[in-house]
Design a protein around this ligand. Sequence first.
Ligand code: URA
Length: 232
Amino acid sequence: MDNTLRLQYLEAMGIDVWLPRVSVPAEQPPAFEEAIDPTEAETRISATDNWDVLKADVAGCTKCALCTTRSKTVFGSGNQQADWMLVGEAPGQQEDEQGLPFVGSAGLLLTEMLRAIGLTREEVFMTNVLKCNPPDNRDPHVNEVESCYTYLQRQQQLIKPKIIVALGRIAAQSLLKTDEPLSGLRGKVHTFNDTPVVVIYHPAYLLRFLPKKREAWLDLKYAIQTFKNNEG
Ligand code: URA
């Protein structure tokens, strides 16, 4: 899509355009704490695991009932050696049809959010807690999250990202195995298998509640700072 068309599309959806930023101003740290969430993934994954095996395991997965209703599994997309790993909740209907994550309007906003911090979809790795679409876009069930959890762990262990960004409450709670509300999860550095995790609003939520955009920008700046702290 060319840039003008893309901007028109965003405007038509009522989305303010996120301007690309070369660098992030250091001023005004938000009311965020440097808290540590001790949650860690328990399972250590086999040293012989590899990307093709993992992809095939996901594609053929029958661990829960979602395998009977899905069209395609949605493994994730992007850079297999990404520094940034983004984790959403579950594929929606469009993602289920295409077998790709974040292809709908939330995905378009997510692409803009990435662009605002100088990243492209190709540079990061995007995936979801669930690799299959829950019918009618309902929330994931506990057994579905559990069934899919090792796929996420294996993806993290193969990619070895420097930061994981959890998108929204359900992704964050599932990833971190916590019931804490989103308000208590944002603005802190959590960990998943020794990788720092920062929680931000889900882009689908931001599409519905545009006034949250400023907080979303602070979250992104916090993620960048966390990434830089872990870069060395
Ligand atoms: N919402 C998600 O959480 N994931 C997707 O892939 C698409 C929408």
